[in-house]
Design a protein around this ligand. Structure first.
Ligand SMILES: Cc1cc2nc3c(=O)[nH]c(=O)nc-3n(C[C@H](O)[C@H](O)[C@H](O)COP(=O)(O)OP(=O)(O)OC[C@H]3O[C@@H](n4cnc5c(N)ncnc54)[C@H](O)[C@@H]3O)c2cc1C
Length: 366
C-alpha cells in the first residue's frame, strides 16, 4: 500500500519504519526538520516505567507497558544492526527515594504500589542502605533506603530518533521536511493525498484542531551534563509538591523533570520551575552542583480525556487513521500501539472498526 504519514515524532517514525520493513511505500510529512526538536519525543525523558506509571494511571497501562518492554529489545537490536547507530537502552530497574522529612509521601507510594493487584510484586523490592550501595553506590550517599523497581528502565531517545531517521531513508521512505498540515479532513485528504491508499495522522498535540477530545499536558525538562555524577538507573524523588525524576543518558548526561502541569502552554521553563527542579536535583547528589545546563524545554504530551491511547479510522473507506493520546507513556506503550495499527493493514479497510482500542487484552499477553 502507499501510505502517507503526517507527523514524524515518535509514532510517525516508528510506523514509517515498520511499514517500510513490511514492504509498504511510505511518505513522511512534518512541519519540522528531521532532527524533530519540536516533538514531545525529542524532549522526553524516555523512561520505561510501567510500575511507577500505575500510581497515576489506569491498570491497563501496566499490562501493556510490560508488553511494550518485551518488544523494545528486538526493535533496538534490529535498528542498531541495520543503522550502526548505538542506542543506549537498559531495563535494569529504577529507584523511588525520598528525604527523611518527606518519608510520609514515600511510604504512601510504596504502599500503593505494593497494594496494586496488577503489579508483579516479585519485581518490587525495598532496599536498605547496604543493598542500595551495592546496586547504585552514589545514590546511597544521600538515601538510606529506596524502592527498587526491577522492571523499569530508560532509552536514549535522541539516538533512537536518529536511527529511525536513517533507517527510514535507507529503506526508501520519502521524507518531506517543513511540510505541515494544519488540518487533516476528508477535503484535505482528497485534495492533497490522491496518490495514497491511507493517511496516518501522527501529529501529536497538533491534531487537537481536528480531535475535540485531545488536549496537551505540559511537561518541563532540563538536560544537564554532570561528569561528577554516576547514576545508571532512573531515580524518582518523592516530594509533597512535585516528584522529580532523573533519567540517565549516555556520557553523564541526565534529563530531569517534574510531574505534569494541566496547561497547554509551551512557553519556556519558568525561573520558579528551574529553581525547584535544580534544587531538588542538588539534594539527590551534590555532584550535580557543577553540572552544566545543556537545554531546557517545555512541551505538551498529547492526551485524550481518559488518558488512554486511541486508534481511530476516519474518513471515507478508512482513508485516514488517527493514532494519538500516548500521553506521558509514549515510549512505554508505542510498540503495542504501533503493532495494533499495523494489524489493520492485514484487514480490508471496509472491515475496520471506527475506534480500535489501542490496547487490547491480546496485546498485553503478547
Ligand atoms: C516533558 C516530557 C517528558 C516525557 N517523558 C516520557 C517518559 O519518560 N516516558 C514515556 O514513555 N513517555 C514520555 N513522554 C511522552 C512521549 O514523549 C509522548 O507520548 C510521545 O512523544 C507522543 O508521540 P507522538 O508521535 O504522538 O507525538 P510527538 O512525538 O510529539 O510527534 C508529533 C510530530 O508531529 C509533528 N507535527 C506537529 N504539527 C504538525 C503539522 N501541522 N503537520 C505536520 N507535522 C506536524 C511534530 O513536529 C512532531 O514531529 C514525555 C513527554 C514530554 C513532553
Amino acid at each position: 500500500m502507499k501510505v502517507a504519514i503526517v507527523g514524524a515524532g515518535l509514532l510517525g517514525r516508528l510506523l514509517a519504519w515498520r511499514l517500510l520493513e513490511a514492504g509498504h511505500k511510505v511518505s513522511l510529512y512534518d512541519k519540522d526538520d528531521k532532527a524533530g526538536t519540536q516533538s514531545a519525543a525529542f524532549v522526553a525523558a524516555a523512561m520505561l516505567a510501567p510500575i511507577t506509571e500505575v500510581l497515576d494511571a489506569e491498570a491497563e497501562i501496566y499490562q501493556h507497558g510490560i508488553a511494550g518492554l518485551s518488544i523494545w529489545p528486538q526493535w533496538i537490536k534490529t535498528l542498531e544492526e541495520t543503522t550502526s547507530v548505538p542506542i543506549s537502552y537498559a531495563i535494569n530497574g529504577s529507584f523511588l527515594v525520598s528525604h527523611r522529612n518527606d518519608s510520609g509521601d514515600y511510604q504512601r507510594c510504596v504502599q500503593r504500589i505494593q497494594a496494586h493487584t496488577s503489579v508483579d510484586q516479585s519485581s518490587v523490592d525495598e532496599l536498605n542502605r547496604t543493598q542500595l550501595e551495592t546496586l547504585e553506590p552514589e545514590l546511597a550517599m544521600s538515601f538510606d533506603k529506596a524502592l527498587y523497581l526491577r522492571d523499569e528502565g530508560c532509552i536514549d531517545n535522541l539516538a533512537l530518533l536518529k536511527a529511525l531517521e536513517k533507517r527510514i531513508v535507507d529503506l526508501g521512505g520519502q521524507w518531506f521536511e517543513g511540510q505541515g498540515f494544519d488540518h487533516l479532513t476528508d477535503t484535505v485528504i482528497s485534495d492533497s493525498f490522491t496518490d495514497f491508499d491511507t493517511v496516518l495522522d501522527c501529529r501529536g498535540t497538533a491534531a487537537k484542531v481536528d480531535a475535540a477530545d485531545l488536549r496537551g499536558v505540559r511537561g518541563e525538562v532540563i538536560r544537564v551534563h554532570a561528569p561528577e555524577v554516576n547514576l545508571s538507573r532512573p531515580v524518582r524523588l518523592m516530594h509533597p509538591r512535585y516528584k522529580l525524576y532523573i533519567a540517565p543518558k549516555p556520557n553523564n548526561e541526565y534529563v530531569i523533570g517534574a510531574t505534569q502541569i494541566e496547561s497547554e502552554s509551551e512557553h519556556p521553563v519558568t525561573v520558579r520551575s528551574s529553581l525547584e527542579l535544580l534544587s531538588a536535583l542538588y539534594s539527590v547528589h551534590k555532584g550535580f552542583s557543577e553540572a552544566e545546563i545543556l537545554t531546557q524545554y517545555a512541551r505538551c504530551r498529547p492526551a485524550f480525556s481518559d488518558n488512554m491511547p486511541k486508534i481511530e479510522t476516519l474518513g471515507s473507506e478508512g482513508k485516514l487513521i488517527r493514532i494519538n493520546g500516548l500521553y506521558r507513556h509514549g515510549y512505554l506503550l508505542a510498540p503495542v500501539v504501533v503493532n495494533e495499527t499495523l494489524a489493520l493493514f492485514n484487514l480490508a479497510p471496509s472491515t475496520w472498526p471506527e475506534i480500535v482500542s489501542a490496547l487490547t487484552p491480546e496485546d498485553a499477553l503478547a
